[in-house]
Design a binder for this molecule. Structure first.
Ligand code: GLN
Length: 495
């Protein structure tokens, strides 16, 4: 059962030499073999290489390695297919990258390796991280481990499902408009988007550069703190990373939240919110109050514009970022009579429908005549949205909301209706537009009928979202940890 452990539980046992890294790795590989035919979280993994890495970790442990220096030593991890790992394939779950193999490590990957992690697989995602259900992957559709007829969320659906199904101990994903927090909520795990600039984006394939951040998926809050501490920090190779010292995030987990002020944005508790989600979030707020936090209403008056502003700014940036996939520099090429035709053929065949939709939309909002009307105005409203949050944080230490308006929806339920899909992100997008940190953790289950599970448990996880001031990660982790200690929903396993 080693695959079920958290990072802290596994490394404690490794340090005491009760178990080996090889056994832990083998347990995860066995779990992948057992369940991934149904879950489909992994698009590739290499068992032989994984065991070689685990053996190297065991050697270091035998030679007296210091877990304080290498907090992930021997920990099996897998990564979203948007992060560069030297000599591993990198596809962003798109056909356009063909047989591309990454020539270098992303900064976060370097940091994971230095910390001793065993990186053994690549996880499914919506193509170029565009989506909320992982149904836009060009390779396969990941299923929610709590109910295999439902989506795991997206775009980091593979990262969330793999952790929820105990196929790896922890994973990384990226979050541009909710792609870590939303799948974490729907799969019943902890997911965190750090402050913009907290974690280097070097080696993360860009979707919308002013919104993208990398963050952890874990089985509990302590592990999120551990991973965040490892991957954070200034990086001269990412001009938007911020030179702020990295706190000891695990030391923020004091268990004491007395006196912390929590804000409930009145604009979030609106129509469309599933009654089961509302019930669970209300109960979590009452619970936090009983632990000594104070609760007050706050207002984020521009919330109504979040989705529209996001889908202008994100598509504009995507249209520029994805211009590099031209059949010349990377991956696949479909020939044509001249270069222009070759570009068209390559991009026509290589990109899926959602990516094309975004490129067209983004090109339109940036085009002359429309730039001022759409892009520039969206940027101005983005500033107002950020100001709303900063003003709210003059009164409170954290904001609490549902992570998603509903529990996991059915496969195919929204894939034919892009607008419905976009609206499932209403609670997560503001955080990216404002550049602030956000965390989702399990806060209960919705009882639903018609559930097809691998085991007979008709329940779907619900996520609680905590939002913080810029560089307020410690407060979020402290609150989340205190809640989790006395409301241990995270201890339930999907499989
Ligand atoms: N679901 C949102 C989108 O489709 C967010 C994606 C993300 O955070 N990468 O753009």
């Amino acid at each position: 059962m080693l695959h079920r452990l958290t990072i802290s539980e596994l490394t404690a046992r490794l340090a005491r030499r009760e178990v080996s890294a090889r056994d832990a790795m083998q347990a995860c590989l066995d779990q992948v073999a057992r369940v991934d035919g149904d879950i489909k979280a992994f698009i590739s993994h290499n068992p032989a290489d994984a065991l070689t890495q685990a053996d190297a970790a065991d050697k270091s442990i035998a030679a007296g390695a210091d877990f304080a220096q290498q907090p992930l030593l021997g920990v099996p991890m897998a990564l979203k297919d948007v992060l560069a790992v030297k000599d591993h394939p990198l596809n962003c779950c798109s056909k356009i990258l063909g047989n591309f193999v990454s020539p270098y490590d992303a900064t976060v990957v370097e940091k994971l390796k230095t910390a001793g992690a065993v990186i053994f697989g690549r996880l499914n995602m919506d193509e170029f991280a565009m989506g909320s259900s992982t149904e836009n992957s060009a390779f396969q559709t990941t299923r929610n481990p709590w109910d295999t007829s439902r989506i795991p969320g997206g775009s980091s659906g593979g990262s969330a499902a793999a952790v929820a199904a105990d196929e790896c101990i922890a994973s990384l994903g990226s979050d541009t408009g909710g792609s870590i927090r939303q799948p974490a909520a729907l799969c019943g795990v902890v997911g965190m988007k750090p402050t913009y600039g907290r974690v280097s984006r070097y080696g993360l394939v860009a979707f919308a550069s002013s919104l993208d951040q990398i963050g952890p998926f874990t089985k509990d809050v302590r592990d999120a703190a551990t991973l965040l501490e490892v991957i954070s920090g200034y990086d001269p190779r990412d001009a938007t990373s911020i030179p702020q010292p990295v706190p000891r995030y695990t030391q923020a987990l004091t268990g004491d939240v007395r006196g912390l002020r929590i804000g409930l944005p009145k604009e979030f508790m609106v129509g469309g919110l599933d009654p089961e989600v509302k019930r669970a979030v209300d109960a979590a707020v009452t619970h936090l109050q009983s632990l000594g936090a104070t609760v007050q209403e706050v207002s984020l008056p521009h919330t109504d514009h979040d989705v529209a502003v996001y889908y202008i700014i994100a598509t504009a940036e995507a249209s520029a970022n994805l211009a590099r996939f031209d059949g010349v520099r990377y991956g696949a090429r479909v020939d044509g009579a001249d270069p222009l035709e070759m570009y068209g053929n390559t991009r026509g065949a290589g990109f899926g429908a959602e990516v094309k939709r975004r490129i067209i939309l983004g090109t339109y909002v940036l085009s002359s005549g429309y730039y001022d009307a759409y892009y520039l105005r969206a940027q101005k409203v983005r500033t107002l949205i950020r100001q709303d949050y900063l003003r709210a944080f003059e009164q409170v230490d954290a904001i609490v909301t549902p992570t998603t308006p509903t529990p996991a929806f059915k496969l195919g339920e929204k894939s034919g209706d892009p607008l419905q899909m976009y609206l499932s992100d209403i609670f997560t997008i503001g955080c990216n537009l404002a550049g602030i940190p956000g965390l989702s953790l399990p806060c209960g289950f919705a009882n639903v009928s018609q559930v097809s599970t691998l085991k007979s448990q008709p329940r779907l996880p619900i996520g609680l979202q905590l939002l913080g001031k810029p560089f307020g990660e410690e407060t979020l982790l402290r609150l989340a940890h205190a809640y989790e200690q006395s409301a241990p929903w995270h201890k339930e396993h999907a499989l």
